[in-house]
Design a protein around this ligand. Structure first.
Ligand code: FES
Length: 145
């Protein structure tokens, strides 16, 4: 009788440990799944300036320079000798979009939202275009905002 009780105790203890492990694994994968579907918006930075300038030589053709304007990430892109200044915050769920010069597109890493250089959505789930900022060349500086 005592042997059966010990076996039952060990079986129950192992089952409890497996249950705890499974609950932890499910919780972690659930959290990761939620993070994928609803990523945390990590876009708030220090308040920053509303108008930013930098040397025009710092932005080569096809390149992008990232700035923080009003506490938000903004990408300044030079393509075909034209300047574009766009918010880098995806309008779907707030991930930071990346510049892909070979495609001439900004692409969101979270759900593949894709924007053209005017900020217009060309693919994926984003509901609105990327907001744009005023950008111009003044002397040897690029002024944004
Ligand atoms: S956050 Fe979903 S496409 Fe950008």
């Amino acid at each position: 009788m005592e042997e059966v009780s010990r076996r039952n105790f060990l079986t129950t203890a192992i089952n409890v440990l497996i249950g705890i492990w499974a609950a932890c694994a499910a919780g972690l994968s659930g959290f990761a799944g939620i993070r994928y579907i609803w990523p945390t918006e990590k876009t708030a930075g220090p308040p920053g300036e509303d108008k930013v300038s930098f040397p025009a030589a710092d932005l080569p053709e096809g390149g992008m320079k990232k700035l923080v304007i009003g506490g938000k990430p903004v990408g300044i892109i030079k393509s075909n000798e034209t300047l574009y200044a766009l918010s880098l915050i995806c309008t779907h769920l707030g991930c930071i979009v990346n510049w892909h010069p070979e495609q001439n597109r900004l692409v969101c890493p979270c759900h593949a939202g894709t924007y053209d250089l005017n900020g217009t959505v060309v693919a994926g789930p984003p509901p609105r275009p990327l907001p744009s900022y005023d950008v111009k060349i003044t002397g040897d500086k690029i002024v944004v905002g």
